[in-house]
Design a protein around this ligand. Structure first.
Ligand SMILES: [Zn+2]
Length: 367
């Protein structure tokens, strides 16, 4: 693995991570392709919007269509028509966020019912390593235990203990050729547990490190404080990944604190529910005020939706449940967040992240 930090600005970093399927520039926003598709979009569009890496989901791909089908057909890159870097999560987040489906958790793994047909399934560190090896992703993630927001301290401590135990075992499991493996630190916003988890995970010597168990419903200020405390404890020569943040303010806050990679379903999910993320804030396109609005979604945006269509037209499409409307919003939302992240990267290289952040946040309030 090679990860080169090319510029820093305060705690923030700009870098390049080299994977088996090419480079990605950091900070990087990673569009989520849960079921081997970034919903609504062709992979060529995803790339043209500025994405350099996409996420796939181990839990969902394991059940449908199954890692053996994908593996036999040449792996996830070939299967989904994306030849750039892919990161797969471990499925741990899905298992532990669908708490009603959990049958048993023990030191060896977790047994749960599939959301697809209710059949019992078991994930162990070795099993999720095997699934991710078959999928052939460039970056695999460790199986972790994500405790719910506001969980009792002993529950958080147990999540930290199991996460370390499982990470140590997954590190020894076979991987796809050139596949990187990232460890995940838990501990919610508890300073002592977070530090303990980071110390234990870092000691296992992974290719990169993720902060898990954040952005799961806790208050934002303690979450950002946790990132500020955590990032300097993670090795500076490895990428740092904040799991599950994708609102413009949140992206800028974690970049400023030294995070290199992040993902979120927000831009694609918002697009499918009729909301545009713009440089001036969020627009609900169902709103009657857009009925005769001839402006683009975002006057500062260069995406195909903004360069060709009006808010009035997109509002009409959304209200008539026309697929094109949801597609155009998805295209725009992704372009906006990818452009914002690229802008932050350029600002770090110029040593001007603080002013870039201040100007961006000020503009976000004007919708
Ligand atoms: Zn746009």
């Amino acid at each position: 693995m090679s990860f080169e930090v090319s510029a820093t600005d305060g705690e923030a970093r700009a870098g390049i991570l080299t994977t088996a399927h090419g480079e990605l520039r950091t900070p990087a926003f990673m569009p989520v392709g849960t079921k081997a598709t970034v919903k609504m979009l062709d992979p060529m569009e995803v790339r043209s919007l500025g994405a350099e890496i996409v996420l796939g989901n181990t839990y969902h791909l394991h059940f449908r269509p199954g890692e053996d089908v994908i593996g036999d057909l040449g792996g996830l890159h070939t299967f989904m028509g994306w030849d750039g870097p892919i990161l797969t999560d471990s499925g741990g987040y899905q298992v532990f966020s669908l708490r009603d489906t959990i049958l048993a958790v023990d030191d060896a793994g977790v047994t749960f019912r599939s959301v697809y047909d209710g059949t019992a399934e078991r994930f162990t560190p070795e099993a999720v390593a095997g699934i991710q090896a078959r999928l052939g992703s460039d970056i695999a993630m460790c199986l972790d235990v994500c405790a719910p927001a506001g969980g009792a301290r002993d529950e958080l401590a147990e999540a930290v203990r199991l996460t370390t135990l499982w990470a140590a075992r997954q590190r020894l499991a076979p991987r796809a050729p050139g596949q990187l493996l990232f460890g995940i630190a838990q501990g919610a916003t508890d300073p002592e547990l977070r530090r303990r988890s980071i110390d234990e995970i870092v000691a296992l010597d992974f290719d990169g490190h993720a902060l898990g168990g954040l952005s799961v419903g806790e208050a934002r200020d303690p979450m950002f404080e946790t990132v500020a405390d955590a990032a300097p404890l993670l090795p500076a020569d490895r990428p740092r990944y904040f799991m599950g943040i994708g609102d413009p303010e949140g992206i800028l806050e974690v970049i400023e604190r030294g995070v290199d990679m992040f993902d979120c379903v927000l831009p694609t999910r918002m697009g499918r529910t009729g909301t545009a993320l713009t440089s001036a804030g969020r627009l609900n396109l169902k709103n009657a005020s857009f009925a005769r609005d001839e402006r683009p979604l975002d006057e500062r945006c260069d995406c195909p939706a903004c360069s060709r269509f009006t808010r009035a037209y997109i509002r009409h499409l959304v209200n008539q449940h026309e697929l094109l409307g949801l597609r155009l919003l998805t295209v725009h939302n992704l372009r906006f967040l990818l452009g914002l992240t690229a802008g932050a990267r350029a600002a770090i290289e110029a040593g001007k992240l603080a002013s870039f952040k201040a100007e961006t946040l000020e503009r976000l309030d004007t919708a």
